[in-house]
Design a protein around this ligand. Structure first.
Ligand code: SD4
Length: 332
């Protein structure tokens, strides 16, 4: 598996090839920190191995000269439409009552935001989230209201519980034991961040949430600042994993604020993970849960960090699209 260092080497990006950071900050110490891992746009970074096909689509859109916003939407739609992905869109794990309920959010470089949560029967919640952003004065629609809005906007209704997942759910329902797995068995939300040639940032995050969650549960993915945050002047961050932990620490917002204050994207992700660990690792329920963050600054600085081993991300830049093992806090 490619390590981060190996990946940088593969790209031929030794320290000599790193880009020079623009003078953003008065404090020189802070300036030094941001001259790391910087790439030229277009750049796309996304969670887990399904990020590879999502990045391919997003980069295709960006190479046409299209916007980061279109790229993030089109990129994650690839994963939403894949019935073999069991945490996003059609084919996702249902909640405890057998309903597949979807959460999604999207943000552009101007700080506009749209989200849906607890949405059923729609294959592409990310596109409904974009409609919420562009066609309503609101940021988030939920449940039945979100579904009615989607139908009015011309989205088709479709059953999201596939026969395969129905069978798996029926088997689970025999004991109905709620025991979330640590890594991708149960955490493969796609969060995707893009920087286009105009240096406009955008982000999208979409999921069916935790398998067998309590009916009505909404995770971090549609919550602006938790599962996704974009500030076009600074950077973007997205999250995967145990949503409650990102929600309680407003993790994606925290990362962008740290970048604003001069931390590199990598340092910002590490601090946000450490915040979770310091606050919640004594809590038995939270101790063994995974969280993975990705960050992309306006200057092309990237960051990735997780609590536990196993988190991977896909990075598309300089004509490459490679799966990278993220570093993590607890190296077991
Ligand atoms: C949630 N963060 O609903 C999502 C789950 C996840 O990969 O990331 N799955 O809590």
């Amino acid at each position: 598996m490619a390590t981060r260092r190996k990946f940088l080497h593969n790209l031929g990006l030794g320290s000599a090839a790193l880009l020079t950071a623009p003078k953003l900050f008065a404090n020189q110490e802070i300036e030094k920190r941001i001259i790391k891992n910087q790439f030229l746009p277009p750049i796309v970074i996304s969670t887990w191995s399904h990020g590879i096909p999502a990045n391919t689509e997003a980069i295709r859109v960006l190479k046409k000269g299209d916007s980061a916003l279109n790229a993030v939407e089109k990129g994650v739609r690839v994963v939403e439409a894949d019935p073999d992905n069991h945490s996003v869109g059609i084919g996702g794990f249902p909640d405890a009552s057998g309903h597949v309920t979807l959460d999604a959010s999207i943000m552009d470089h101007k700080g506009q935001a749209g989200a849906v949560c607890y949405l059923e029967d729609i294959v592409h919640p990310i596109s409904v989230a974009r409609k919420v952003m562009e066609e309503t004065p609101h940021v988030m629609l939920s449940g039945v209201g979100a579904l009615e809005f989607a139908i009015k906007q011309g989205f088709d209704r479709q059953k999201l519980l596939t026969p395969k997942m129905e069978k798996i759910w029926c088997k689970w329902a025999e004991t109905a034991e709620y025991k979330p797995e640590v890594n991708f068995e149960n955490h493969d939300t796609i969060g995707l961040l893009a920087l286009d040639k105009k240096k406009h940032l955008a982000g999208a995050c979409t999921t069916s949430g935790m398998a067998y969650k309590l009916p009505g549960r909404v995770g971090d993915s549609p919550i602006i600042g938790a599962g996704l945050f974009v500030d076009g002047e600074v950077g973007a961050a997205t999250a995967t994993g145990m949503g409650e932990l990102m929600m309680k620490t407003v993790g994606s917002f925290l990362i962008v604020e740290l970048i604003r204050n001069g931390y590199s994207a990598q340092e910002a992700c590490e601090i946000a993970i450490k915040r979770i660990w310091d606050r919640y690792s004594d809590d038995q329920d939270s101790k063994y849960f995974q969280v993975g963050y990705l960050a992309l600054s306006k200057d092309g600085d990237i960051g990735a960090y997780a609590i536990l081993p196993g988190f991977q991300y896909a990075l598309a830049v300089n004509g490459e699209n490679i799966l990278v093992d993220s570093d993590c806090l607890i190296k077991e």
